[in-house]
Write a protein that binds this ligand. Structure first.
Ligand code: SAM
Length: 287
């Protein structure tokens, strides 16, 4: 059944997700602060961490702890409060809730109960890193954290090895080298960028190939990091004989000689000249 209701009109309650800074506190938006000043409760992944952020902005509201391990029970309380007409916001430790952070089960639960959901925009480490990577941003795959167990990490990377989209990973400093080594072994020596300490005073982009990044001094990779990796190189589609013949016909329509046509079709499609010549003989040569 289709459900349709304008987010800021109508009777249903609304859960606000709040995107928070990933380092630089100035990236807390005025809109997020307005909503937080007006809320009754702030549900947070880590109430101590969010308490400090709220204190910085002079916001004093009751907190509800809602993290990966209690999302079920905390969700029940949050849904009840929203149904009673209370205003509730949810924030994770940094960036967007639900992106490699808790919140997704709470969102699904609210939607199931006819509670609307809106999000205030803000920074996300993945998007900040991709934007400055210099790698293609036309299509990208957000992977987030890889499994800690090596065999599972390698299996996941193998599954991504032929993906042509730019790949984005989150990683913690204590696992970065193991992860880079697994990446170089499975994905090959591709271009990659480590985006470190984004939005903070020590923000840094380290660009190279995966093999080069594996040789960085271990102590130089501290803080929070995103790894952005070039997608697999595009494989040229193998043309069928009929497709080669059609490509030759097009060349003849442009007035090319057989020699020129064979040379062009071969070069444009990465095909050996003798293969194109064979198709030419079969389809066009009349003695
Ligand atoms: N929800 C967050 C988001 O929207 O980006 C991500 C949370 S995830 C638990 C934390 C990971 O995000 C870190 O281990 C790191 O890979 C990445 N990250 C967060 N802040 C970062 C920063 N300032 N610079 C680089 N990476 C960061």
């Amino acid at each position: 059944m289709t459900s349709r209701e304008l987010n800021f009109e109508g009777p249903s309650p609304i859960l606000y997700l709040i995107a928070t800074p990933i380092g630089n506190r100035s990236e807390m938006t005025p809109r997020a602060l307005e909503i937080l000043k007006d809320t009754d409760y702030i549900a947070a992944e880590d109430t101590r961490n969010s308490g400090q952020l709220m204190a910085y902005f002079g916001i004093d509201k009751p907190f509800i702890s809602c993290h990966e391990h209690n999302e079920e029970e905390a969700g029940t309380r949050i849904v009840t409060l929203l149904q009673q007409g209370k205003k509730v916001c949810y924030m994770s430790d940094a960036g967007y809730p639900c992106l490699s952070d808790p919140g997704q089960r709470l969102v699904a639960r609210c939607l199931d109960q006819g509670i609307k959901v809106s999000v205030t925009s803000g920074p996300s480490a993945a998007i900040n890193a991709l934007t400055c990577s210099g790698l293609s941003s036309t299509h990208f795959h957000f992977e987030g954290f890889l499994p800690a167990k090596e065999s599972e990490r390698i299996a996941r990377l193998n599954a991504l090895a032929s993906n042509e989209d730019t790949l984005i990973f989150y990683e913690s400093p204590h696992r970065i080298f193991k992860t880079l080594l697994s990446m170089a072994a499975t994905l090959g020596d591709r271009k990659a960028v480590i985006a470190r300490e984004l939005t903070k005073s020590h923000e840094e982009f380290i660009r190279g190939t995966l093999a080069e990044l594996c040789l960085l001094p271990e102590e130089s990779l501290r803080g929070e990091m995103v790894i952005v990796i070039e997608g697999a190189s595009k494989k040229k589609a193998v043309l069928s004989d009929t497709e080669i013949a059609l490509a030759l016909r097009e060349e003849f329509d442009w007035g090319r000689t057989p020699k020129e046509a064979i040379k062009n079709v071969s070069a444009n499609n990465g095909l050996p000249k003798n293969k194109v010549y064979e198709v030419y003989l079969e389809n066009f040569k009349r003695d």
